[in-house]
Write a protein that binds this ligand. Structure first.
Ligand SMILES: NC(=O)c1ccc[n+]([C@@H]2O[C@H](COP(=O)([O-])OP(=O)(O)OC[C@H]3O[C@@H](n4cnc5c(N)ncnc54)[C@H](OP(=O)(O)O)[C@@H]3O)[C@@H](O)[C@H]2O)c1
Length: 232
């Protein structure tokens, strides 16, 4: 099997880390399945990455189980296989803290960042088992450290737990599972630019590092942070 034939599915591919990873994966020879709600952005990325022979856009709201089932089915219909999955779709908080936070935003974060991620794993695992494939969950450094009053951070702690529990479930299947845990990344996730943060390409490179290991090597976690700026 050549790398050309392999299929890499990404949720949250319309922006930021997901779009950057799609570009890196396409460059590495993968065919890519791009899922998100913004179908116009995905369609533009499909054209950029070589058109329908190389890329597929799927409109999917990750909080909807039916959308996620349809996403996996569309990938198999178009390309006949799924080898690598990046569960990346996520949203941030609109107001800080527990006392002052907005419960509607908490629900969105829990459903997108945690429930959506678990659904992506559920719908893709049967195919990944067949392919002895690889699933990567986009957690966060915020899921590895206490963050004052952060419900967003708590959803990422849940993703860390999901990843480790999934690794246990996948024992003996040949399927690899990796948690990607970036510090701050300069993406549309934030309303203002973050010049001292990582770039989406940096995180995509970390993802491709885990994906490109030989079959006997499973990278469990990649915690990647921006280098602290020099004090002068
Ligand atoms: N930026 C950071 O500092 C940072 C650090 C650590 C971890 N992360 C995590 O990295 C992931 C990607 O974030 P990013 O920084 O690249 O932000 P971004 O540029 O805002 O991208 C978020 C992506 O998620 C998609 N998305 C959101 N809700 C969705 C839903 N219900 N269904 C389907 N897709 C949905 C968005 O697409 P649509 O709106 O088109 O659906 C978009 O493609 C997130 O899980 C985030 O928590 C970010």
């Amino acid at each position: 099997m050549t790398e050309e034939d392999r299929v890499f599915l990404i949720t949250g591919a319309s922006s930021g880390i997901g779009a950057a990873t799609a570009r890196h994966a396409a460059k590495a020879g993968f065919r890519v399945v791009l899922a998100a709600r913004s179908i116009d952005k995905l369609a533009a990325l499909v054209e950029e990455l070589g058109g329908p022979d190389r890329a597929l856009a799927v409109q999917c709201d990750v909080i909807e189980f039916d959308d996620q089932k349809a996403m996996a089915a569309a990938a198999l219909d178009a390309f006949g296989r799924i080898d690598v999955v990046l569960a990346n779709a996520g949203v941030g908080s609109t107001s800080a803290g527990i006392e002052n936070g907005d419960p509607a935003n908490w629900r969105d974060m829990i459903r997108t960042n945690f429930y959506g991620c678990a659904l992506t794993a559920k719908v893709c695992l049967p195919e990944l088992r067949k392919r002895r494939g690889h699933i990567l969950l986009l957690g966060s450094r915020a899921g590895r450290m206490p963050l004052k009053g952060s419900i967003y951070g708590a959803t990422k702690w849940a993703v860390t737990g999901l990843g480790h529990n999934l690794m246990e479930e996948l024992e003996g299947t040949g399927v690899r599972c990796t948690l990607i845990e970036p510090g701050m990344v300069d993406t549309p996730f934030f309303e203002t630019p973050k010049p001292d943060a990582l770039r989406p390409d940096d995180v995509a490179a970390s993802i491709m590092y885990a994906v490109s290991q030989p079959p006997n090597v499973s990278v469990s976690e990649v915690l990647v942070r921006p280098t602290p700026p020099t004090q002068s």
